[in-house]
Design a binder for this molecule. Structure first.
Ligand code: IPD
Length: 290
């Protein structure tokens, strides 16, 4: 861990250019697109390439970040939770061992459509506690970083959340999530309606959970909520928001559960509680029970 200091990482660090090049080049090209859990849950070959590069690099740099499979003595496994590995059936269990939590391309649907809001997100946890997070906005070359107890930054500039406590003055962000069945859509739209009826200035959907959460961390929005996101969408952003002075909690108003596929985050606790109280739950199950 001592060799990774997100506060010092800049977009010109050694590995960033190659990932940036791969993603930016692919963004403008035709892509082979497949679907995962639904017709709106997309994946491209670039998601796989980027994930493999990140995992390979982390494994080389941190060979001790692995865990003994207790059922199979002497068999060690690297401690990664990564979106495409999970889609291929790998278990998402957060153990006390040092664990890297990776979303190779967040905003894959944007990426497929060449909508330039796409990020790479890497979080790190030890003892089931999130220690740091790095989110890279691939087209605007913004690197968001946060380390527990050491602050949150965007390209070296300190981040600070908004201090808004009044929902009727709030700009709120959300994402749709992967499901499109009538019940889920009805709940999704009715949650939006509830916030707008409560007077929120606006509700925005930008197509990337991680970058929406970074907007919250930088004070450009006052709150974020979502049902249907995953631990790799949340891990890095949670550290960044908390270090920017914000609150990340469960939609029930209780503590955040990284595996619960739901979240409310805000610049202030008052705002987070108001949002949580307004929402109806959409049950997406748990990442660690798939
Ligand atoms: C998704 C995006 C999307 C959100 C989903 C996420 P992906 O991540 O952030 O905006 O609605 O819940 O899982 O699949 O593009 O990495």
């Amino acid at each position: 861990i001592s060799t990774v200091n997100p506060g010092l990482v800049s977009p010109t660090c050694t590995r960033a250019p190659s990932l940036r090049r791969i993603i930016r080049k692919a963004l403008s090209e035709e892509k082979r697109v497949s679907t995962k859990t639904s017709a709106a849950d997309l994946v491209t070959e670039t998601d796989h390439v980027v994930e493999a590069l990140i995992l390979q690099e982390l494994q080389q740099r941190f060979p001790s970040h692995r865990e003994l499979l207790t059922l199979e003595p002497d068999r060690w496994i690297p401690r990664f939770i990564a979106e495409e590995a999970a889609a291929a059936g790998a278990k998402c269990v957060l153990t006390p061992s040092p664990t890297w939590i990776v979303d190779p391309i967040d905003g894959t649907c944007n990426f497929v459509h060449r909508f330039p809001t796409v990020a790479v997100s890497i979080g790190f946890a030890v003892n089931q506690e999130l220690e740091f997070g790095v989110i890279y906005h691939c087209t605007e070359e913004r690197l968001y970083t946060g380390r527990r107890g050491r602050g949150a930054f965007c390209n070296g500039q300190r981040l600070r959340v908004s201090g808004e406590t009044d929902l009727s003055k709030a700009l709120v962000l959300t994402e749709i999530g992967p499901r499109r069945d009538p019940t889920t859509l009805k709940l999704f739209l009715s949650n939006m309606e509830r916030l707008l009826r409560a007077g929120a200035h606006g509700v925005r959907v930008i197509g990337s959970s991680t970058l929406a959460l970074c907007h919250l961390a930088s004070g450009a929005a006052d709150a974020y909520y979502q049902f249907g996101l995953h631990c790799w969408d949340l891990a890095a952003a949670t550290v960044i928001i908390r270090e920017a002075g914000g609150v990340v909690m469960d939609t029930s108003g209780g503590p955040l559960d990284l595996m619960s596929c739901r979240v409310v985050a805000a610049g202030t606790r008052e705002m987070a509680v108001l949002i949580a109280q307004a929402l109806q739950t959409i049950n997406y199950g748990r990442d660690d029970e798939r």
